[in-house]
Write a protein that binds this ligand. Sequence first.
Ligand code: SAM
Ligand code: CA
Length: 236
Amino acid sequence: MELTPATAAERGLLQTEQLYEYILKTSVYPREPELLKEIRDLSSSHPQAFIATAPDAGQFMAMILKLINAKKTIEIGVFTGYSLLLTALTIPDDGKITAIDIDRSTYDRIGLPVVKKAGLTHKINFIESPALLVLEQLLRDPENHESFDFAFVDADKNNYANYHEKLLKLLKPGGIIMYDNTLWGGTVAMDEEFVPPGRLETRVHAMDLNRKLAADSRVEISQLPLGDGLTMCRRL
Ligand code: SAM
Ligand code: CA
């Protein structure tokens, strides 16, 4: 599927690109940890750098991880490792992240050296696999049921509704799931004729997920216009 970067104004509800730059320069970049900046800089030469987690969404995620004292987390979709390092920097020293990506080569090349430098590899269990298989495997062990504090879902958008069912079983009551890219370049609110062809299929899945989450009495939700749209779910 061909995917082109969306402008900041298209990604969220912001009126202009300048307003997004203002937020980043005023409130996000000055507080971004140096090691995260390093991963962001190293990632910027990657042809798909635009798929990395948006720093404003990352800043919010770190706040939530701290507020709920998250210790045991799942990440679906690592890429170069921005959100993974962010999580590893935020959770306590005995915290553990189950990080899943279908291809670990980009992380190994770009993110892992920075994570090693930060001395944080002990917090990460990286599993190279399609995420659904890993979630199914985790669920086979009853000890994993209702044991995770937090999940960040940022891969394979067409499967989000399937991830949701598994994650609800893995998450503790009160646990948080963050779904990224739920506004899908702003296409969820466009007339179909204006949607770039490469975004049509996933747009349908994003709209379906947004409807399902809104109707799901097992969670509380908040649709945040951060990055490309971040939906926060709190398991009841
Ligand atoms: N969270 C990352 C960050 O902070 O930069 C960005 C993740 S990127 C948007 C999506 C990642 O999902 C890619 O690295 C891709 O290899 C991975 N991926 C795609 N399909 C997958 C699947 N079925 N299971 C697990 N990972 C998958
Ligand atoms: Ca994303």
